[in-house]
Design a protein. Structure first.
Length: 150
């Protein structure tokens, strides 16, 4: 089954991918998170305007059909649960690109390290900061670059 997922409000944040019909909704959400480079729990998936709540349902049982166009809505509070110090550090790294979406993306780059907790962004110090800055800068200029980096 082929799906197109578009981030609400993101003009260039559109991905198309294939999944088997027997795959569960949770796998669909992971695929979207990987493709858009955002944390898995930071968004809702809408199919025909209705949220997909049950992660244990297979795609067909959840009402998804081949060619479905999914809308991805970011949860409002996910970047705001950072401490003031962490937000300042993110803004210093991202500069004018310090949007809610880019803050989530840069945070995702760090959280993928096994020793990091969701609120620990100590990986921004040193070479990881440079790598994260490069990744977000590249994505800001060329949104489809996230598929090349990961």
């Amino acid at each position: 089954m082929q799906f197109t997922a578009k981030l609400l409000g993101g003009k260039d944040d559109v991905v198309t991918f294939d999944l088997l019909p027997e795959v569960h909704v949770r796998h669909l959400k992971r695929k979207i998170a990987n493709e858009l480079l955002i944390p898995c729990g930071s968004f809702k998936v809408l199919n025909a305007g209705k949220p997909l709540h049950d992660d244990d349902l297979q795609l067909t049982a959840a009402g998804l059909k081949d060619g479905a166009k999914l809308t991805i809505v970011l949860n409002a509070g996910d970047a705001s649960d950072l401490s003031h110090e962490e937000q300042s550090l993110l803004k210093a790294i991202l500069g004018e690109s310090a949007t809610h979406l880019n803050m989530l993306r840069l945070r995702q780059v760090c959280v993928t390290q096994p020793t990091s907790s969701p609120s620990d962004i100590s990986c921004f110090r040193g070479t990881s900061a440079i790598a994260g800055f490069f990744a977000i800068s590249l994505i800001s200029i060329w949104p489809s670059a996230s598929r090349l980096l990961w």
